[in-house]
Design a protein around this ligand. Structure first.
Ligand code: GLC
Length: 474
């Protein structure tokens, strides 16, 4: 099967969040299946261009019409020995190569519409006619639309798959964007229009053959206004498949992770990392208190408000807390204040650094993820792989990947709370802390069980393959 994947980020080239991880691992896993050929398309951002470790070769260049009569498109291909997975970068200095930003520019709508149009032109140029054209999130949502609008005769049998990683970001624009930038035939206006404006994610949902999202529970939740950020009606009338993400278990492997003080594969090894983390974070090393951790963007929907709300009460328990991340000022201030008030017990690092993050996962006993909504969430999977037991809000992918632990039957993987409420969150933490102090052998057995759970991409990739085959047989 020929599969073309399109996204705005993929590790290790460029990553701002979970999408980057998914786009690193999923194409790779799909390319392992017999008979598959996979191409991944990414923008050629400045930071990718300037990264000497990313070695590319020029494939070709041409112009397309997009906002301007002639916009340059360069195609570069990553030099790689893996012929079944090719990574292509779409070059244009005006939109990508001469800016420092990945997202957040005033003309993001125009930039990513250009990228989507250029990907189709590049597929045509390299003559890779995919069976499946799989686009991710709003930045590549114009891919299925341009495919149908402009390349219908070239690839009439190609099926379009669109995956929603986060419905919060939809690509809204004023209605004039349709004519001034998108320049689509008028027959596409209805599909692209929502509430009198242009919404590119809505366009992709309407036009793709299959729409998926990144967990089963989130697929269900997206039918309701609380989660769908106004698209619930659209999503109720389109079938939505949920396939829960995995993690790249060769990247996230505590036995080989070069960032760790002492790589480990058992609880004795984990204990050494706990001491090392206490030292690194300036926490009291004489204490055997459980370390609670978060590695997160400091934004509202990650539940940071709940943590700030219970911060002082949490410190009445015999626990230590480590939190790393950056984000909204109000949370950075509130957490820094807690760190000042409880030296040696509450550590905050306002940074994002994947090596520090790895050491936090490895050293923590408990991993907190009180998200208000969470399409899938990868941190809880990484935490479990590194032996930190998750305490999560039972929403989206958190609900699917962290079933509640039952101390009687020993089933489950972590501690959960149902409603988005600070006291319920604290209640779940108390249950975890209770087990930690009450029955350490059972605690360690649960952490070790989580470490050994299979969170690899093998099963999810098989589910995608089944879905692809199903849509192709229609
Ligand atoms: C988005 C979602 C996150 C998900 C990731 C990868 O970042 O917010 O829950 O894990 O995409 O699909």
């Amino acid at each position: 099967m020929k599969i073309a994947m399109v996204a705005s980020e993929a590790a290790p080239f460029v990553k701002t969040g979970g999408l980057g991880d998914v786009m690193q691992a999923l194409p790779q896993e799909l390319s392992k299946a017999k008979g598959n050929e996979v191409c991944l398309f990414l923008p050629y951002y400045k930071r990718v261009k300037q990264n000497a470790a990313i070695v590319v070769e020029a494939v070709g260049s041409f112009s397309i019409e997009h906002s301007w009569p002639e916009s340059y498109v360069g195609i570069f291909r990553l030099k790689s020995r893996r012929k079944k997975l090719q990574v292509y970068f779409i070059d244009n200095d005006y939109y990508f190569g001469a800016r420092n930003t990945i997202y957040g520019d005033f003309d993001d709508g125009e930039r990513f519409a250009f990228f989507s149009k250029a990907v189709l032109a590049a597929l045509y140029y390299i003559d890779f006619k995919p069976d499946i054209l799989h686009a991710h999130d709003w930045q590549s949502a114009m891919v299925p639309v341009y495919m149908r609008a402009l390349y219908g005769t070239w690839c009439p049998n190609t099926k379009a798959v669109f995956t929603i990683h986060n419905v919060e970001y939809q690509g809204w624009a004023e209605s004039s964007f349709f004519g001034s930038v998108l320049r689509l035939p008028d027959s596409f206006r209805d599909a692209m229009t929502f509430d009198g404006a242009i919404n590119v994610m809505k366009g992709a949902i309407e036009i793709s053959d299959i729409v998926t999202t990144v967990s089963k529970t989130y697929a269900e939740e997206l039918r309701y206004p609380y989660y769908a950020h106004r698209l619930d009606g659209v999503l109720r009338s389109n079938w939505l498949w949920g396939i829960t993400n995995g993690i790249d278990t060769s990247v996230y492997n505590p036995a080989t992770d070069p960032a760790l003080a002492c790589p480990f594969d058992d609880m004795a090894g984990k204990q050494k990392n706990k001491r090392a983390l206490q030292e690194e974070m300036g926490l009291d090393t004489a204490s055997d208190a459980p370390i609670l951790a978060m590695v997160t963007r400091l934004v509202g929907h990650k539940g940071i408000d709940l943590l700030c709300h219970i911060g002082k009460r949490l410190m009445e328990r015999n626990v230590q807390m480590v939190i790393i991340g950056t984000g909204e000022r109000q949370y950075e201030y509130a957490l820094s204040a807690l760190a000042r008030e409880y030296p040696g017990r509450f550590a905050v690092r306002l940074c994002f650094d994947s090596a520090v993050a790895a050491r936090v996962y490895a050293g923590a006993d408990m991993y907190l993820m009180p998200s208000k909504s969470e399409p899938c969430g990868l941190s809880q999977l990484i935490a479990m792989r590194y032996g930190a037991i998750p305490i999560v809000a039972a929403t989206g992918g958190l609900r699917d990947t962290v079933p509640a632990y039952n101390p009687e039957s020993k089933e489950g993987r972590g501690f959960t709370f149902q409603s988005y409420n600070a006291d319920d969150f604290l209640g779940a933490i108390d249950r975890a802390v209770g087990l930690y102090y009450g029955d350490r052998a059972q605690w360690d057995a649960l952490a070790y069980k989580d470490m050994c759970s299979d969170f690899s991409w093998k099963l999810p990739a098989e589910e995608y393959m089944q879905l692809y085959q199903e849509v192709l047989s229609k």
